[in-house]
Write a protein that binds this ligand. Structure first.
Ligand SMILES: [Zn+2]
Ligand SMILES: [Zn+2]
Length: 167
């Protein structure tokens, strides 16, 4: 089975080692993908642990689980970027922060939704963490043609692929 994050790799060679703590993501995109897979597999402790320290104040693993309830995350598209590193430092590149733009898809009560966000990531204690993000205007409920190629990039028709995960 391909990883939840829609890479072409199996879960155990992609996001699972990050979620289990066997490996550290070495880019903001890897962390972002692993957080998506953690949502898809309901590993809220990992979601919590990968927020910045500042954001962890005033949130709990239980809150995260609660707010995610009812949503089935099934596909992720990471948008191509030119240079994800910000250029604030004197050397030109600040390797301690990055942005990643993505669209994530989920079902809730059989309706399909998309979340289109540009997320800000920072390195803290030598690890990539999620800080916050900006939502784009096209977030919300969407209608997706059942005969169109699936949003997960499988090359199958939507109705024969991720549409079957609707619940
Ligand atoms: Zn993955
Ligand atoms: Zn699919």
């Amino acid at each position: 089975m391909c990883c939840y994050c829609c890479s072409s790799l199996p879960f155990k060679e992609c996001c699972e080692p990050f979620i289990k703590g066997d490996k550290k993501p070495n880019s903001a995109e890897q962390l972002m993908r692993s957080r998506f897979s953690a949502y898809a597999t309901e590993q809220y402790q990992y979601i919590f642990d990968t927020y910045t320290n500042e954001k962890q104040q005033g949130m709990s693993v239980e809150d995260l689980a609660q707010s995610a309830q009812g949503a089935t995350w099934f596909a992720l598209n990471v948008h191509p970027s030119h240079d994800t590193s910000s250029t604030t430092s004197a050397s030109g590149v600040d390797n301690n922060s990055a942005t990643v733009e993505f669209t994530a898809y989920y079902f809730e009560r059989k309706s399909m939704y998309q979340l289109h966000e540009t997320s800000n990531f920072k390195v803290e204690d030598g690890r990539w963490r999620y800080h916050d993000g900006t939502l784009h205007d096209d977030c919300g409920k969407i209608k997706y043609g059942r005969n169109l190629p699936c949003v997960c990039g499988s090359n199958k028709k939507f109705k024969q692929c991720c549409a079957t995960k609707a619940r």
